[in-house]
Design a protein around this ligand. Structure first.
Ligand SMILES: *Cc1c(COP(=O)(O)O)cnc(C)c1O
Length: 431
């Protein structure tokens, strides 16, 4: 059973002490259910891992993985910073009452409006991605008579073995300043010409769903070399070393991520060794986990509907959601595990492919899933859907977005209500 899941004597799956049948009954389907204890445990594991290696650290939750007012409040309650990548995420964080001094903003094309909102709400850090942004931000800060702490996003030339679309640290990337062509040094010079920008350190995010420490270690070593050069040639001290997010999680038995504690330990020890080798002390280490905070805590409940058996070929079982609430198979070929949540006491007697209800053949949730025999009306639970699912949901086919609930200590709390047909019309200018 996945983290957080329990089997009741009735043969039903429970999450956080609440039966999934009761949740589906109360809130409808599809429904994304978060086990809050699992989220908080991940956060405390990160904290303990840093404390164990005695590193000064800062954790920022990358809220693009799942962003809502309640999740921002939870992050604040846990003492995290929050990583935002757009005006919309920034606005959500502000509306949640998040301490704006603990927000940091990313983006390879931050708009003037987004930067203005970041400045007026006095966020803690902006990660500078390109030359255009240095000029624009400098000018906007001058107009606002404000200052801003910034990091430089470096593209460290690290190729991690993950899907091309979620690999971001290689040289040929739209993100950050290239380490090898002298761009980073040019950016340092440009930032130093902007009196309202305070350069606090360096940032690299090498990718996502990464299973070991190797890529982080190489990135940390390259940034340590760079820090040494920046001190020597520019007198610039790296106070913050932000190594991004990207720690992988176990979606299926094929995934074997390194335990979080081991990864943090290896990364910190490698970074410390690299800095000390260069005669520098280790800066404050920042990580920005998104997926590893929320993915395993989330489970999506669907109602089983139609079934199509193609003799000798395949059986499709269709559910009442699909790529509109989880596009990750369509986007990345992502794999998931599932169960029939109301028949856990029955054997997995068939292998079926789970299809969504949208008008796309690519709208699949799982190919060849071993499952308990599914009947119309049964509940299908797909595990590890807490990251980049709701966040990537769409209204394709005018299918409404699911509701989201958080369960904790046997009680459920509605966090995002189900989208209604009226909601679908709320942008119509000519009703
Ligand atoms: C997406 C992203 C993250 C979070 O990545 P996860 O794989 O979800 O941990 C962190 N930092 C940056 C800059 C990102 O773009």
């Amino acid at each position: 059973m996945q983290s957080g899941g329990q089997v009741l004597s009735t043969g039903e799956l429970a999450i956080g002490g609440v039966s999934t049948s009761a949740l589906a009954q109360a809130y409808g389907t599809p429904l994304i259910v978060y086990d809050e204890a699992v989220i908080r445990k991940q956060i405390s594991d990160y904290k303990e891992a840093f404390q164990a290696v005695r590193a000064e650290f800062r954790l920022a939750y990358a809220c693009k993985a799942f962003c809502s007012v309640y999740m921002c409040k939870l992050a604040q309650d846990e003492g995290l910073w929050l990583d935002v990548v757009s005006g919309g995420e920034l606005y959500t964080a502000i509306q949640s009452g998040f301490d704006t001094r603990h927000l940091l903003m990313h983006g390879n094309n931050k708009s003037m409006e987004e930067l203005k909102l970041a400045i007026s709400s006095q966020i803690g850090l902006i990660v500078i991605d390109n030359f255009y942004e240095i000029e624009l931000l400098g000018q906007l800060l001058e107009e606002a008579q404000a200052n801003m702490d910034v990091l430089i996003r470096v593209s460290p030339g690290v190729d991690v073995h993950t899907h091309d679309f979620i690999s971001t640290g290689q040289q040929d990337s739209k993100f950050g300043f290239d380490l090898y062509s002298g761009q980073v040094e040019e950016a340092v010079t440009a930032i130093r010409c902007q009196p309202r920008l305070r350069l606090m350190g360096l940032h690299a995010h090498i990718g996502s769903q990464i299973f070991d420490a190797e890529g982080f270690r190489v990135a940390a070593e390259r940034l340590a070399d760079l820090s040494k050069k920046l001190v020597r040639e520019y007198g610039v001290v790296t106070h913050i070393l932000n190594l991004g997010g990207g720690l992988g999680i176990r979606y299926t038995a094929e995934d074997t991520p390194m335990p979080l504690e081991t990864l943090v330990e290896e990364v910190v020890l490698a970074a410390r060794a690299a800095y000390e080798h260069d005669g520098l002390s280790l800066p404050l280490i920042m990580l920005e986990p998104g997926r590893s905070i929320v993915a395993e805590a989330g489970t999506t409940l669907y109602r089983v509907g139609s079934r199509k058996e193609i003799p000798g070929l395949r059986t499709y079982v269709a559910v009442d959601g699909g790529m509109t609430d989880n596009p990750r198979l369509a986007l990345y070929g992502a794999k998931y595990e599932a169960v029939i949540a109301n028949r856990l006491d029955e054997p997995r007697s068939e292998v079926v492919s789970v299809a969504g209800k949208a008008c796309e053949s690519g709208d699949m949730l799982i190919w060849d899933a071993p499952l308990q025999k599914a009947q119309p009306g049964d509940l299908l639970a797909v595990f590890c859907t807490g990251a980049y699912n709701y966040a990537m949901a769409s209204n394709y086919n005018r299918i409404t977005r699911p509701a989201v609930v958080f369960v904790r200590d046997g009680a459920a709390r509605l966090v995002l209500r189900r989208e209604s047909y009226e909601d679908l019309l709320r942008l119509e200018a000519t009703l």
